[in-house]
Design a protein around this ligand. Structure first.
Ligand code: NCD
Length: 324
């Protein structure tokens, strides 16, 4: 909502736009994780719940999505609410006729209680929030900017395993320059003390200098590495990501850097410990060998996915003011 766009959450999720992890404190994350635990029980069928009955949430996705789109829809419906689902508005809405983002947002806020938006351009969720008069905007991924709800489910998954979000050693690998999930996750981890991250990427896809400096200043201990031999043994988590093909102007540049680092059974044997969990925001396109999937430490197609559903249930219930 226009007047609240930049606001920190500070314990009050009701009506807040959720645009960036910068809006969160550790207390806000703790609260969300607490509510998430209850949502897991509801989703698992123990306690039916229809706290979003009568609510409508618009999902407007200008970029392809499977998990984020599916889990927001599942989250709202699980709590008794309904969704208006627009995928590819460039072809299936008045955007095809030249409607501006601002007008589209103002139209859909007339029909809904919140708008979840994904867009190929960084900063668009913020722009949508400035355009909206009445309803909160949730950023479901804006170009190479941020993907806050992904980071929230990522930290929920790390917390579930290690029972803490501080004093962690992690490896973040892949496209650190363009990966919005990485940008949000690093913001989240920088809120906690004594976290050390090994950043494994091809030289061309290193974190931008300004991000590196910002996260270091915020307290993260960062080590850039460009060889999987330099992965520390027994890290608490590995967060692998795909190279973001759609962000490249020249496809031959993508071909040069794709799948430089692949998680294999051998790499796991050499470097992972018994408590190292392997996360990936998905989709994977070859950067984790499929024979790693059956390893209990590989959570990307298991608890990490499910946590996306529970975290988004919690977030929608909080933002729509159904839980205080
Ligand atoms: C990511 C995204 O779209 O930012 N996926 C997701 O939402 N789970 C990561 C990606 O596309 O690589």
């Amino acid at each position: 909502m226009a007047v609240q766009s930049h606001l920190k959450i500070n314990g009050n999720f009701k009506g807040r736009d959720i645009l960036s992890l910068d809006q969160f404190t550790t207390k806000d994350i703790a609260k969300l994780l607490e509510v998430t635990k209850n949502m897991k029980k509801i989703a698992c069928g123990a306690e039916p719940c229809d706290i979003l009955k009568g609510n409508i949430v618009a999902l407007i996705f200008y970029e392809p999505s499977s998990r984020t789109f599916g889990s927001f829809g599942a989250a709202v419906k699980q709590l008794g609410g309904q969704t208006i689902e627009i995928q590819d508005p460039q072809h299936f809405s008045s955007v095809a006729k030249g409607e501006t983002l601002e007008d589209t947002i103002r139209v859909f806020e007339a029909y809904s209680d919140a708008i979840v938006i994904r867009h190929p351009t960084a900063g668009t969720a913020q722009k949508a929030a400035e355009a909206a008069f009445f309803v909160p905007i949730i950023n479901a991924g804006d170009g190479i900017g941020e993907h806050p709800t992904q980071a929230l489910l990522d930290v929920a998954t790390i917390h579930e395993k290690h029972n803490r979000l501080d004093n962690l050693t992690g490896v973040i690998a892949g496209d650190l320059l363009n990966g919005r999930t990485v940008h949000s996750l690093m913001r989240a981890l920088s809120l906690y003390k004594n976290n050390t991250l090994y950043l494994l990427s091809p030289n061309e896809l290193k974190l931008s200098k300004s991000d590196y400096q910002k996260f270091e200043k915020a307290g993260l201990k960062l080590h850039e590495i460009d060889n999987d031999k330099d992965i520390p043994k027994n890290a608490d988590f590995w967060y692998w990501t795909r190279v973001q093909k759609e962000r490249f102007q020249d496809i031959s540049d993508y071909e040069k850097v794709k799948n430089r680092f692949v998680v294999t059974v051998d790499l796991m044997k050499n470097k992972a410990g018994k408590d190292t969990i392997i996360l990936h925001p998905l989709p994977r396109v070859g950067e984790i060998a499929t024979d790693v999937d059956s390893d209990p430490r590989a959570v990307y197609l298991k608890s990490q996915i499910r946590n996306g559903h529970y975290v988004r249930m919690a977030l929608m219930a909080l933002v729509l003011g159904k839980i205080k």
